[in-house]
Design a protein. Structure first.
Length: 186
């Protein structure tokens, strides 16, 4: 695990590492990952859930009660549900997205892959995802575990993050750069 210290650190890294080691002992790494990614998808899709997770106004008891209902409805159980409850009881729920991201990095490393996050304005077709995986693999020389994120605000293009490297080829960024360049001319 020492090799992961540079990438997975801080509170999210400690929680993710503890969860990964426990999941490894119980041989449930993949099912925990699936449950956590399902919870992340719920977070991405619901402004109300993000507010519940991030707001310090809600007590841990209120958050636990709401999360128990959400976890049951989403059929997220076992180690992943207990992990989310623990983060809630310890008042660390605000960092759950970073914990899930750190867990994803650990899972990818255990498989010899590298975790990459791709942000697009709309969902990508399976063929495009495969091409993107192949391009990233050709660039870094390792298999890739893609985490997809939809963010309509980027208007078009992609933002690709692999480790500490990021390539922002979004239309929003290109338009901002053009605006800056035009101010310099005027």
């Amino acid at each position: 695990m020492a090799a992961t210290g540079d990438i997975v650190s801080g509170v999210p890294g400690r929680y993710a590492t503890a969860l990964f080691e426990l999941a490894q002992e119980e041989h449930v790494i993949e099912s925990v990952a699936a449950d956590l990614f399902r919870f992340q998808k719920l977070l991405d899709e619901s402004e109300d859930l993000r507010r519940l997770v991030r707001s310090p106004v809600f007590s841990a008891e209120d958050q636990l009660a709401a999360l128990d209902a959400i976890l049951a409805r989403a059929e997220i159980g076992g180690l992943a549900a207990n992990f989310i409850r623990l983060a809630t009881r310890n008042r660390r729920l605000f960092a759950i997205a970073d914990m899930i991201k750190a867990y994803r990095v650990l899972v990818a490393q255990s498989k010899g892959e590298v975790a990459a996050e791709v942000t697009s304005a709309e969902p990508l077709a399976d063929a495009h995802l495969e091409e993107l995986k192949a391009a990233i693999k050709a660039s870094i020389g390792r298999d890739v575990d893609l985490a997809l994120k939809i963010e309509p605000a980027i208007l078009g293009g992609l933002i690709v993050k692999v480790g500490s490297r990021m390539v922002d080829n979004s239309l929003k960024t290109k338009l901002q750069n053009l605006r800056i360049a035009m101010k310099g001319i005027a």
